[in-house]
Design a protein around this ligand. Structure first.
Ligand SMILES: [Fe+2]
Length: 247
């Protein structure tokens, strides 16, 4: 059935491009590193799969299960590749993986969610949903945006971290027009005003930081399976510092 929906684009992309660039063994190394170092919180910002098919999720779930079953708090927001098509089996697969990777803390339909975890206030926002055939667009639903903005009006007790797949702010929006996010307009000033301390995002394969002198702003860890690296963040007082971990 993959040839009757968007998955044929994804399967083609995987066969001729992604499979030569992405190494799943790096994800295994990332899990080992996290289990060895026991951080306060581990975050995965999505695109665990290429085309969101049940078999792909099965393969990845085997790798992250040790981490999901551990006492290290884990947060996962799905990427656009994880929410590739509307086919019921694929939708069920991402929902199951979501529930497991978030250690049963919340269900996919509960998003956006806010909770205190690992010494931070975490806001989880889903921006991924099936898009058209040739684009990888993300969307912030109006209702979700309003809810997140309302939460951010409340006084902060802990560092406030927004976890989502798409970068909230991108420099080269017209170059990346096929990969952009829509509907984030209301949330950008919330980030810029400091009501959100840090956005952790993915989607862009290359690691980038868009932060001020205190490390507040936006961090994209880049692709673990492509770069063989991830980012370790330390928060001391009001300051975030970043270190790239080579796996
Ligand atoms: Fe993505």
């Amino acid at each position: 059935m993959a040839y009757f929906d968007k998955r044929w684009v994804g399967v083609f992309n995987y066969r001729f491009r992604r499979r030569f660039k992405h190494d799943l063994s790096k994800l295994e190394r990332a899990v080992e590193y996290i289990l060895d170092t026991r951080p306060d919180l581990a975050v995965c910002t999505g695109d665990l799969t290429s085309t969101g098919q049940p078999g792909e999720f099965e393969r990845v779930r085997k790798i992250i299960k040790r981490l999901a079953d551990s006492t290290v708090p884990l947060v996962y927001t799905p990427g656009n590749h994880d929410c590739y098509v509307k086919r019921p089996k694929c939708v069920a697969a991402v929902r199951e993986a979501f529930f497991e990777a978030n250690q049963g803390r919340c269900a996919f339909d509960d998003l956006p969610r806010r909770f205190e975890l690992g010494g931070a206030e975490i806001i989880m926002l889903n921006t991924s949903r099936p898009s058209n055939l040739l684009c990888s667009w993300g969307f912030v639903a109006k209702e979700d945006s309003r809810r997140v903005a309302q939460w951010c009006e409340e006084p902060k007790r802990l560092p406030r971290i927004l976890v989502t797949h798409y970068p909230l702010v991108e420099d080269h929006i017209w170059i990346r027009v096929r990969h952009r996010l829509f509907g984030q307009k209301e949330l950008v000033p919330v980030l810029e005003s400091g009501k959100i301390d840090l956005v952790l995002c993915g989607h862009v394969h290359k690691h980038f930081l868009k932060v001020d002198e205190r490390g507040h702003g936006q961090c994209c860890a880049g692709s673990v399976t492509r770069n063989g690296s991830m980012v370790e963040i330390t928060c001391e007082e009001d300051r975030f510092s970043y270190r790239t971990v080579t796996l």
